[in-house]
Design a protein around this ligand. Structure first.
Ligand code: B12
Length: 207
């Protein structure tokens, strides 16, 4: 067994087998981040490329996502293992109109593992829901995820509302189509993956 087999299992939609494969790989001494990045995440990138090329379609993309999630469930306790002292409270969600949640879930898990209290609002979250949750939980930051170019403007609406209302929340944005330049343009903070989201949150919340 190798990480390559995990990559292949996602592409073959082996939802029933993937958990055992990931567990075996970790038990065999493989590095957690390697299994995650070179196995599960790399496979989703390949799925995206095949979708773009018209080689597979939405149902297959969904089956691959379910397989990836089953693998991610095995890693979740390891990713969330960390300090028990709270470093701050973070509201996270996928923006309005967008149903992609794998990357958002990964970011949430790693933030939790790093000691933040994370309130996950799920997918299709609008500005009002982000702001209401932030107020209710006295949050330090709002993290927004978008995987569609068409839903990225929803991030800007939330950032605008934060600024216009003079609210104290830091805004973090991410997701495959989001860039640092876009984040700067809308007045938010960007990082490209889950580990760097943790670093960013630490910096912003300590500041
Ligand atoms: C799986 C998938 C789906 C699944 C989602 C299942 C689920 N529960 O999430 C399903 C089948 C439902 C789906 C549906 C659609 N999808 Co889709 N999908 C994907 C796919 C293949 C993988 C996404 C993924 O999970 N990646 C793995 C995770 C780990 O990566 P990630 O999300 O990027 O997250 C990482 C970073 O971005 C970052 N991050 C993420 N969020 C945040 C937040 C913050 C604050 C920070 C700091 C960091 C951060 O950290 C994460 C971990 O490192 C992508 C292709 C791709 N390569 O992105 C297409 C893709 C995103 N989908 C696409 C499309 C077009 C669609 C549909 C419109 C298809 C259709 N015709 O119906 C629908 C839209 C539904 C909707 N309204 O949302 C396009 C988007 C094109 C575009 N430019 O907008 C893509 C790029 C495929 C393609 N190549 O064309 N999809």
């Amino acid at each position: 067994m190798a990480i390559q087999d995990i990559f292949a299992a996602v592409l073959d939609f082996e939802e029933d087998k993937i958990a055992d494969m990931v567990q075996a790989e970790i038990d065999g001494g493989s590095d957690l981040e390697e299994v995650l990045n070179n196995g599960l995440i790399a496979a989703m990138d390949e799925v995206g490329a095949k979708f773009s090329a018209g080689e597979l379609f939405v149902p297959e993309m969904l089956m691959a996502a379910q397989t990836m999630k089953a693998g991610l469930d095995v890693l979740k306790p390891m990713l969330a293992e960390g300090t028990s002292e709270s470093r701050g409270t973070i509201i996270i969600g996928t923006v309005k109109g967008d149903l992609h949640d794998i990357g958002k879930n990964l970011v949430a898990m790693m933030l939790e593992g790093a000691g933040f209290d994370v309130i996950d609002l799920g997918v299709d979250v609008d500005t009002d829901a982000f702001l209401a949750a932030a107020e209710k939980h006295d949050a330090d930051a709002i993290c927004m995820s978008a995987l569609l170019t068409t839903t990225m403007p929803a991030m800007e609406s939330t950032v605008k509302a934060i600024v216009e209302k003079g609210l104290p929340y830091k805004a973090m944005v991410g997701g495959a189509p989001v860039t640092d330049a876009f984040a700067k343009k809308i007045g938010a903070n960007y990082s490209e993956d889950a580990p760097s989201a943790v670093e960013l949150a630490r910096r912003l919340i300590a500041a």
